[in-house]
Design a protein around this ligand. Structure first.
Ligand SMILES: [Zn+2]
Length: 182
């Protein structure tokens, strides 16, 4: 490996890279790359927000009525930090999440058919939790970690599928301003 530094160009925007970064994106394009990560575990929905007054309190306490969602949100935030430590994004975003739930044992045959899906097994997971509530928990977890405010999400693509292990695959893209905009 030679220590020579040569001039090359960013493969995406064609801007000059003065450093020895052949084949790599410039810092600007690198920052615009989609943020992709997988969070393993049993995806939890955000619960309903419940407000109540404790004795002597002037303001209500607001709690999420799904007690499991707090721990899950920490796992989501942790997983995001493994791949993104940049500044909080503040522009328009596209959020794509695919939630995988393991099939139930009853979907499979027994004995020598234990690995085979029954004809009656449902093709899609149509039972709770709702995909919107799953997404809301993930969005809550990523607010203040990846973006400033989940109102920045202007495109959202959500999928709920069977799959093992239980996980959610998340892709966050910054939407580039179009030439026509403004
Ligand atoms: Zn570039």
């Amino acid at each position: 490996m030679s220590a020579t530094t040569w001039t090359t160009r960013c493969p995406k925007c064609d801007s000059c890279l003065s450093q020895n970064k052949a084949g790599r994106l410039c810092a600007h394009c690198e920052a615009k790359q989609p943020i992709r990560f997988t969070v393993y575990g049993d995806c939890q929905p955000a619960g309903s927000k419940r407000a109540f007054f404790r004795n002597g309190m002037k303001h209500p306490s607001v709690v999420d009525d799904n007690s499991k969602s707090k721990g899950w949100k920490h796992v989501v935030a942790y997983s995001a930090r493994q791949v993104y430590q940049g500044p909080l994004l503040d522009g328009p975003l596209r959020f794509t999440a695919t939630f995988y739930r393991p099939r139930l044992k009853g979907h499979y045959g027994s004995g020598r058919n234990a690995a085979a899906l029954k004809a009656s097994a449902p093709e899609y997971p149509t039972t709770k939790p709702d995909v919107l509530k799953l997404a809301r928990a993930a969005e809550d977890a990523l607010t203040g970690v990846v973006w400033r405010d989940d109102a920045q999400i202007v495109d959202e693509h959500l999928f709920k599928r069977w799959g093992e292990p239980a996980r959610v695959e998340i892709v966050i893209e910054q939407i580039e301003p179009t030439a026509a905009a403004g």
